[in-house]
Design a protein around this ligand. Sequence first.
Ligand code: MLT
Length: 238
Amino acid sequence: MHIDCIFYRNGSSMPQMNGKTVIVIDVLRATTTMTTALANGATAIIPVETISEAHRLAKSDDVLAGERDSRLIAGFALSNSPLEFTRSAVNKRTIVMTTTNGTRVMQRAMGAATLLAGALINAKACGWAALKFKSDIILLCAGAEDHFALEDGLCAGMLIAEMREAATAQFTLTDFAAAMEGAYLGYANRLNEVLLTSDGGKRLSGIGLQEDVLFCSRKNTHSAVPVWRDGAMRPFLW
Ligand code: MLT
């Protein structure tokens, strides 16, 4: 089993995904929010690229969610804040979601044999779920507006560390994946501080969303793992 880690830049060519497990990572905040939504009872999350696509696909019962410039989109019920995805807001609902980076990158990974969403809050569960498919793994960091995002790299490193702990498989790492594991091990005990001072963390804190950053920096608080099935991200069934 081989583990690669890449970060997506608009227009960059994607690696070959055929037969592979791809874990999309957007810690601040799309994949943290998707995990929270499923943990709070959402049935499915349909990730789309544009606002008009979201309007077109949403049925009358569905919840429109997402952000532009990290803020609520006019006419949408929820933004991209995991704190808004409470049980009363999402239980038994389908969510149609569009975000600047996370859902766009997810669209680029549809060629994967298995598509999962990973975050710090579900890294252990997500790593363990990925191992079940016994295929090569690509950790696909969404970044922010074509820039590498530290929190995504650290999450990739944490996923590797968790998979190593599961010890059910031998795996090899690309150099970048090995670097992310090393970075994670160096920062593991102060992720909240690191996220708050990261570019994305400072940006979100600057518009009053510091609580979101703190929520997103927690480790292994959730066991829900979003997996692509029947046209949407749905809970991984253990
Ligand atoms: C995204 O997917 O672009 C992000 O999660 C951005 C955000 O939540 O502000």
